[in-house]
Design a protein around this ligand. Sequence first.
Ligand code: ATP
Ligand code: MG
Ligand code: MG
Ligand code: MG
Length: 476
Amino acid sequence: MSKSTAEIRQAFLDFFQSKGHQIVSSSSLVPNNDPTLLFTNAGMNQFKDVFLGLDKRNYVRATTSQRCVRAGGKHNDLDNVGYTARHHTFFEMLGNFSFGDYFKRDAIQYAWELLTGAQWFNLPKEKLWVTVYATDDEAYDIWANEVGVPAERIIRIGDNKGGQYASDNFWQMGDTGPCGPCSEIFYDHGDHIQGGPPGSPDEDGDRYIEIWNLVFMQFNRQADGTMVPLPKPSVDTGMGLERVTAVLQHVNSNYEIDVFTTLIQEAARIIGTQDLSNKSLRVIADHIRSCAFLIADGVMPSNENRGYVLRRIIRRAVRHGNFLGAKDAFFYKLVAPLIQVMGAAADELKQQQAAVEQALKAEEEQFARTLERGLSLLDDEIKNLKGNVLDGETAFRLYDTYGFPFDLTEDVCREHELTVDKDGFERAMEAQRQRARETSGFGVDYNTLIRVDVATPFTGYDKTQQQATVIALYQN
Ligand code: ATP
Ligand code: MG
Ligand code: MG
Ligand code: MG
C-alpha cells in the first residue's frame, strides 16, 4: 500500500523535524505582510522578513506545508489547469528553510536522503534528474562528487530563457534584495509519457516532472545591479505535495492521487455524470480547492482585486459543471468531501464550512441566471465565426451583460481551438469607461484600478475598515 497524501505531508515534516527544524503552520492565502503579493504562492512568503533580516525568530531552521494559490498575479497557473498533469490553482508546498544556518551542502544532502533513503521515500536514484544554475560549480560538485549523481543527469541551466534572470534557475525576491541560484529535482515518469528532460526543447511535457526546487540565497542585489555576497547565506526550498504524492502513488498525473480521485468521484456523483476521465471534472476538482480555501482565508467573490480572481475561478468551475450537465447548484456540495480528504490541512476550513458553502452557493446561483443565455450567444458566435479569433466586442458583451470573465470566454474558445481578441476586448472596455466618465462628470474611474488591501487584518467584509493601496493597473 502506498502512502496517502496526508501521510506524505507528515513524513516530510517529521523528516525535517528530525534534522532540527521547527514545524511551523501554514500561513493564510492572503499575505498579511506583503502588499505586492496577490496570494501566498510559496512557502517562503511568510518568512520574507526573516530572510531580509527585518524579523527574528527563535529558530534558524523551519519546515512547513504551505497552502498556495497560483492564479492571477505573477505566477498564474489557471490556464494550465485541465491541460497539464502537474499544475493546480491551489496546491501545498512542502518546504525546509535555513535562516543563515546551513547552506548548499546540507540542503542537497537532506533532499537526497528524504527522496532516496530506504526508511523515507525510497525512490529509485536513476529516475531522478537535477538541474543547477549554469555557473554554480559548487552545487554541481556536490551533486556529482558527494551525492554521486551521474553527469548525464545533471543539467546546467542558464538565464537565457527570455531575458535576464528569467530562467527557472536563478531566483530573486524582487529587483533588489536577496537572490541566488536554484537547483531543481525532476522525476522521470518513464518513456511511455511525452516530454523531454529539463533544458531540452520539449521539456514542457509531463514525463520529466519538477518535484522540488532548492533555492540558495547567496547574494544581495543592489539598486545598481551589483551582487554583494550575503554574510550568512540562506536556504528556501519548495516541493509540490501533490507532485511527490503522484510519484509515490505510482501515477503520472496529480489528478490520479488519492485526494483528486476522491474529489473527481464526488463531483461526478453530485453532477450525475459517468465519464470520470472528463477534463471538466479535473478542472472542478482543482477549482473547489482554491475557492474553498480562499473564502476560508477571508476572500469573497467581488468585482475587484482578490475577490475578482476568486469570482473568475468559481465561474469557470460553474461553467464546466454546466458543460457536464449539472442541473442545480453543485459546486458548494464539494466542500464537505474536500474537508474529509484534506485531513489536517483543512482544520481552519472545517471551522468555517457553513459560511464557505453559503458564499459559493450564492455566487453560483447568481451566475447561473445569466450563464445559459451567455453560453448560447457564444455558441452562435462560434458557429458563425469566420477564421479562428473571436472578436473582442463579443467577449466584452459576454462580460458586461452575462458576467463572463474574459478568461472564461477564452476557456470555452480554447476548447474549439479558437483564441479571443484581447486588445479588442480592452478597447471595448475602455470605450465603455469613457462613456461612464462622460455621463458621471468625474475624471477618474476607480474601477480601472486593481487594489490590494493591506495593513488591516481581516475583520469582516466592511470595505471602509480596510486601507487599500493602489499597486497596479490590471495586475493579472
Ligand atoms: P513549474 O516549472 O512546473 O511550473 P515552478 O518552477 O513554477 O514549477 P516553483 O516556483 O519552483 O515551481 O515551486 C516549487 C515547487 O512547487 C515546484 O517544484 C512544484 O513541485 C510545485 N508547484 C509549483 N507550481 C505548482 C502548481 N501550479 N501546482 C502544483 N504544484 C506546483
Ligand atoms: Mg510554474
Ligand atoms: Mg519550474
Ligand atoms: Mg521551480
